[in-house]
Design a binder for this molecule. Structure first.
Ligand code: ADP
Ligand code: MG
Length: 727
């Protein structure tokens, strides 16, 4: 047990933890009553808005029709009254800048009436548009400082809601964030644009199959959120966790996750209390959180909602992250959303379940029961195969970050190679299509699209391949490379746009081949599917994505393997990416460039901060502790000699060697850090990746080695063992 006060205090705080507020009571107030109670949802709007206004708004929300600005004043007024009844004093436009965070700036409803009193006011103008002082948000050169204005624009399709604080509440209005000339500065704007593109192209294709739908075709997102929880007191003795969100030092705990006793285990008591409050808060906000469980690593957990329309699902995932962080503190814990807070055990990801469809049609990635539906499904599926093959590098770039680099390809998460898992049965179907042996015998289950011999396609492919970054799971794809702290907005935008381009291609080809004659459709589909799978089947891989063999095979197949963020980000400004995004009006070339620049900058800032922390912690925390121990050993030697023992102590030599090693490696890192200056953004990121990261690991290796030999009562940092196993 540690003698260091900070560690002892942390441990005693964990042991003596008592809940700080009264228990929740789901019996008195039922979850069904709580759900959506803080949301300006359809029911509230129906009750409070004039019929015509309600109808007009509903059309915009459900059918994607243009917003009629003349309704804004009425809506604003109703919203304000509702919010004030719920105790709100302020309102805020909530937006999602490219940092991946959620941003808000509060304004009071209160305005002086000029007679010494005050009124509560909220106009349509204030609802529709805001002008936060946005000069400090990254814009990647899209906005010069003298034109620093950014505008927030009301997103009618994501409902306003109330957030609570013990001292009051405030109204939150989801918005898009753009520059004065309309360029996207956020994650939401391109997402809305990409949903529109998807709708147009999907409908063209559906029309060929004779399918009409009133509702827009849109993306659906079901993000499974992983996270770590550790006692908050440890953080105060751990500057790395406090500042960088991950441990930069720490010897492996004697026990890690090898017993597999954590996954789906009984949720620890305090953690369960935390989960229940998180869920209650999210219920109020209308976030349909559904599952909770222990994850693989010690102190790692997961929360997943029921999937929702992509834009709403994205906003809701931001709320999930904010709520996890906020509520954890109330339970004396800290929620780490970092992708790799602890070396040597699993990191956290966010599996993004993705599909395309709407409430009328369901998921268009759902095989369906009839051959006709199956043919349509296969076309959508082939579009995904084609898209992923062509633009895998673009999708890869959307999940690139300094923190996610620790996870991807580290035998716990999919490799950085983007491939698709179809499952045995579906892969076999496409194999048959490829061979063109489609008119074979019924008994053998060989298919002929559009004829009754088509075998029923799998609803759930049973065995799940956890090593694939993009896996078909019965009625959707699961994109597993997203990092736990990332917004799902980026990957969704890419997926929607890639799908739009591919659906456009499929529709165009089928339109050409059928020339308006529906009788020709099935033959046209057969040959198109064959062409697509022949040209793009290389992206399909059903084997072990972690294996060395796959890395070699993928290279043969010409699939990019972009290991790190500096390798991956340039895809955003590649010719094919620019063409893709501009063609569908999702992002302009300038917007793409600015994104690449901002993400590179974030990468570099992250590593520079971490490197500075490594130097500081090694020098001011670890070095003095190890030196104290060295000095104890030295006195011991001296004393032994004084009483006549000619004593050589190997422990002293060992500690001395390790200390020296650490000192030297810190010196090297320091020197290398001086070389960062004066490089352009790409070169800087590359330098940090190739030179600084390994040098940081060098320091760590000596420090971690010291941790295993220095007397525990002198070791200043809470150990992995303590942080991960004391709950
Ligand atoms: P698992 O861990 O087995 O993958 P989870 O229940 O943890 O399953 O998460 C699955 C997620 O996929 C949930 O958010 C679920 O709502 C979502 N999902 C289910 N069907 C679809 C669909 N058609 N489109 C998008 N997401 C879906
Ligand atoms: Mg899950």
């Amino acid at each position: 047990m540690s003698g260091i006060q900070a560690r002892l205090n942390a441990i005693s705080a964990v042991i003596n933890y008592k809940p700080s507020h009264a228990p929740l009571n789901f019996h008195e107030t039922k979850p069904t009553e709580i759900f959506g109670s803080n949301v300006f949802n359809e029911k509230v709007m129906k009750d409070r808005l004039p019929k015509a206004v309600f109808k007009s708004l509903k059309k915009t929300i459900e059918l994607g029709e243009k917003l009629d600005p003349s309704v804004a004043d009425v809506v604003a007024n109703a919203m304000k009254d509702w919010a004030i009844e719920k105790g709100a004093t302020h309102f805020t436009h909530v937006f999602f800048p490219l940092t991946g965070m959620t941003a808000e700036k509060h304004d009071a409803f209160l305005v002086p009436d000029g007679k010494g009193g005050a009124l509560a006011e909220f106009s349509g103008q204030l609802l529709i548009q805001g002008e936060p002082d946005a000069s400090s948000f990254p814009s990647g050169g899209l906005r010069s400082t003298f034109e620093a204005r950014g505008y927030t624009a009301w997103d009618v399709t994501s409902p306003a809601y109330i957030l609570e604080n013990p001292n009051g509440t405030f109204l939150c209005i989801p918005t898009a964030f753009v520059s004065w000339s309309g360029e996207a500065l956020d994650k939401k704007t391109p997402l809305l644009r990409s949903n529109q593109a998807l709708n147009i192209q999907a409908k063209r294709l559906l029309k060929l199959f004779g399918v009409e739908t009133k509702l827009p075709v849109t993306s659906f997102a079901g993000p499974e959120q992983e996270y770590f929880l550790i006692d908050r007191n440890f953080i105060f003795a751990r500057p790395d966790l406090l500042i960088a969100g991950r441990s930069l030092f720490g010897a492996k705990s004697a026990k890690g996750q090898e017993f597999e006793d954590q996954y789906f285990g009984v949720v620890p008591h305090r953690v369960l209390s935390f989960m229940m409050e998180v869920e209650r808060e999210l219920f109020k906000l209308g976030v349909p959180v559904k599952t909770r469980h222990n994850e693989v690593a010690p102190s790692q957990f997961e929360i997943a909602p029921i999937y929702e329309q992509g834009n709403l699902g994205t906003d809701h995932n931001q709320m999930v992250m904010t709520t996890l962080r906020g509520v954890a503190k109330r339970y004396g814990m800290i929620c780490l959303l970092h992708e790799k807070p602890f070396a040597g055990i699993n990191g956290s990801g966010k599996h993004l379940n993705y599909s395309v469809g709407n409430a009328e049609l369901g998921s268009l990635f759902d095989p369906g029961d009839t051959p006709h539906e199956n043919a349509q499904f296969l076309v959508f599926c082939a579009a995904a195969i084609r898209g992923l093959h062509q633009y895998g590098a673009v999708l890869r770039a959307t999940v690139a970050s300094a923190s996610n680099d620790h996870r991807l390809g580290a035998n716990e998460a999919p490799p950085a190679i983007i491939s698709m898992y179809l499952g045995e049965q579906l892969a076999d179907v496409f194999d048959q299509i490829k061979k063109g042996k489609l008119n074979g015998s019924k008994q053998k289950g060989i298919m002929n699209i559009g004829v009754d011999t088509l075998p029923p396609l799998p609803m759930d492919p049973g065995d799940r391949n956890r090593t694939s970054p993009f896996a078909f799971t019965g009625n959707r794809f699961e994109f597993r490379a997203v990092g736990s702290s990332q917004s799902i907005g980026g990957p969704l935008v890419a997926l929607n746009t890639i799908m739009s381009e591919s659906l456009d291609y499929m529709a165009t080809e089928l339109e050409k081949a059928t020339k308006g004659d529906p009788k020709k459709l099935h033959t046209a589909v057969q040959s198109l599917l064959q062409k697509v799978i022949k040209e793009h089947g290389a992206v399909v891989f059903n084997g072990d994505g972690y294996s060395e063999a796959w890395h070699k095979e993928a290279e043969k197949r010409g699939l990019p393997n972009l290991h790190t963020t500096p390798d991956a980000l340039p895809a955003l400004s590649s010719k094919s990416c620019v063409e893709l995004f501009t063609k569908y009006g999702v992002l302009t070339e300038a917007e793409l460039k600015s994104r690449e620049e901002i993400y590179l900058e974030q990468y570099s800032k992250t590593i520079k901060t971490e490197a500075a922390l490594v130097v500081r912690m090694a020098t001011t925390i670890i070095f003095p502790a190890a030196m104290r121990y060295q000095s104890e050993l030295t006195s011991c030697c001296v004393n032994l000699k004084a009483i006549g023992h000619d004593y050589k102590m190997s422990a002293l030599e060992d500690v001395t060697a390790k200390l020296r090693g650490m000192q030297e490696s810190v010196g090297k890192l320091d020197k290398l850090l001086a070389g960062v200056e004066g490089k352009d953004a790409h070169a800087e990121a590359k330098y940090l990746c190739d030179k600084i990261l390994p040098a940081m690991l060098d320091v760590r290796s000596f420090a971690d080695a010291l941790e295993t030999v220095v007397a525990d009562d002198l070791w200043p940092l809470p150990s992995y063992q303590e942080m991960l196993f004391i709950r």
